[in-house]
Design a protein around this ligand. Structure first.
Ligand code: BLA
Length: 520
């Protein structure tokens, strides 16, 4: 069989490698592409002989019944008759191939019907023979039973990491969260004592490139049983009818990027499994499992882990929604007090500045200012009047709509950020359709230290000297200190500022109309 060509990755990074069409699988199972509805084998992985005793070439063109028993075939027929048939991989059951029991999963992708057969490991990954089917369900159950005692995100993640380690026997299990810029950070960890800790470490965005993150949203679990494996090509390499490479996005056996295999070897992780955490339709993070030696995890256990991942995702979503909603309600109460104060006074500015604490609370700010008609009222720990006036001048020339926010003025407002010190972040709303009237909130710098797993700038260089990304070789803690950043403005705070803006504009408009009516 033809060797699988290594991908060529240019200096633009890793995100161009077409990881969904590798033309090959990992060796711990057998993959078939079947004609639909004929159920004849039209592509098969080159390792057919190893698992079935029959050569791949001899199996091409044969009905699938030469490999799977009648009951499974009937199950497959039944599934194909369902609406949206097999859009997601479906577990058909186990069949005997020779003396091996194999788990069988079917799905459709890109118009192709794909069947995967995975021999059940004798030691199913629990370190004990058999009995494992009886222990998975109680374990997921015990996870669910402990959920009510986890009131915060961290203990919830710790619990999930512990349970996944118990279910799979991996040496280290991490809960990894993507931040706004898609770099990631380890929130929770469960590990055997002889594994190094990754807790609190950050990993650059390029470690899990964009197309991989997109794929992991579609397909929530992957196992790499041995980072030294030899990929097994499909025969023929391209689908004979379409001439295209078969899309393996949803195939559990899909061969993974050789660059990532290098990364794993550099990390000293010869087996890995990751389970997607999907919150609000977005890839929020991963449950990432590591083992120093190769390790296979039986399909039923992986399905249980996938299920645990779904439960964890729902819990995180509920917690986040609750927390944001609670914070939003708190801010609404503050907003009501501010609006009442404005209603009591002729001048809106007087109304706002009469309640300095509320004004600061609304955005969780250290300082604030209200700028209108040549006046600048400063509250709390605000920058100097002249610095504020310059900022307003700059803001009014930016095309930002009614609101502007920055957590890092040093980069966003290069000319004047020094004069605003110690403020490092600003949230501003314009409160007049006609004039340069603004409410501004300021936040001080918070010096951030970020502990990276290895110097993230050390990715680079390929053998031929061309700039190309390769996985870095050290994951030793590398501390970066970031200056000039304020705490991020939360969605609920920005939302509260927007509400204040709309209320002020509405009140101002009504007052203007009343004045006009009086003058008639
Ligand atoms: C994939 N990279 C991945 C995956 C993880 C990581 C978890 C998913 C596959 C898996 O489950 O193993 C990275 N693993 C991590 C991180 C931690 C971890 C951050 O355990 C933290 C604890 N990677 C690079 C560079 C490139 C690269 C430089 O560092 C590209 C040149 C590529 N990583 C890369 C690719 C994939 C990947 C292409 C997709 C692999 C696939 O699914 O085919």
């Amino acid at each position: 069989p033809a060797a699988v060509a290594p991908p060529t990755i240019g200096p633009n990074g890793c995100e161009h490698e077409p990881i969904h069409i590798p033309g090959a699988i990992q060796p711990h199972g057998l993959l078939l592409v079947l004609s639909d509805p004929g159920m004849q084998i039209i592509q098969i992985s080159a390792n057919a002989m190893q698992w079935s005793g029959l050569a791949a070439e001899a199996l091409l063109g044969q009905p699938v019944s030469v490999l799977i028993d009648d009951a499974l075939q009937a199950g497959l027929h039944h599934q194909l008759g369902e609406p949206a048939a097999l859009e997601q991989p479906h577990y058909l059951g186990a069949t005997a191939i020779g003396s091996q029991r194999c788990d069988v999963v079917a799905h459709r992708r890109g118009g192709q019907l794909i069947l995967e057969l995975e021999p059940q490991p004798v030691d199913a990954g629990m370190g004990v023979d058999l009995g494992w089917t009886n222990t998975i369900y109680p374990q997921v159950r015990s996870f669910v039973a402990q959920l009510p005692s986890c009131h915060a995100l961290e203990p919830l993640c710790m619990l999930a990491a512990d349970e996944v380690r118990l279910m799979t026997g991996f040496g280290r299990v991490l809960i990894y969260r993507f931040e706004d810029d898609d770099h990631g950070c380890v929130l929770a960890e469960s590990r055997q004592p002889d594994y190094d800790s990754y807790l609190g470490l950050h990993f650059p965005e390029s470690d899990i490139p964009r197309q991989a993150r997109e794929l992991y949203r579609l397909n929530p679990i992957r196992l790499i049983a041995d980072a030294h494996y030899q990929p097994v090509p499909l025969i023929p390499a391209h689908h004979p009818q379409t001439g295209a490479a078969t899309d393996l996005s949803l195939a559990a056996l899909r061969s993974v990027s050789p660059l990532h295999l290098q990364y794993m070897r550099n990390m000293g992780t010869l087996a890995s499994m990751s389970i997607s955490i999907i919150v609000g339709g977005r890839l929020w993070g991963l449950i990432a499992c590591h083992h120093a030696q190769p390790r296979h995890v039986a399909l039923p256990i992986r399905m249980a882990c996938e299920h645990l991942g779904q439960i964890l995702s729902l819990q995180i979503e509920a917690k986040q929604d609750n927390e944001e909603a609670q914070h939003g309600r708190d801010l609404s109460r503050v907003l009501v007090r501010l609006l009442a104060s404005m209603a009591e006074r002729d001048s809106l500015v007087d109304g706002l500045t009469a309640m300095p604490n509320e004004l600061l609370q609304l955005a969780g700010a250290d300082g604030a200012a209200v700028v209108s008609s040549g006046r600048c009222v400063r509250i709390g720990d605000a920058p100097t009047e002249s610095a504020i006036v310059d900022l307003v001048d700059w803001l009014s020339r930016q095309d930002v709509g009614g609101r502007y926010s920055s957590e890092h003025l040093e980069a966003d407002y290069p000319g004047g950020s020094a004069s605003l010190s110690p403020a490092a972040g600003v949230l501003a709303i314009s409160i007049s359709q006609l004039h340069r009237h603004y409410v501004l909130w300021f936040r001080h710098e918070i010096v951030r230290t970020v502990d990276w797993a290895g110097d993230p700038t050390k990715t680079g260089h390929s053998q031929d000297g061309e700039a190309a990304l390769t996985p870095r070789s050290s994951f030793a803690r590398w501390r970066q200190t970031l200056h000039g950043y304020a705490r991020r403005w939360r969605a609920s705070e920005i939302d509260a500022a927007d509400q204040l803006r709309h209320a002020i504009l509405a009140v101002a408009l009504r007052r203007a109309e009343e004045m006009a009516a009086l003058n008639e």
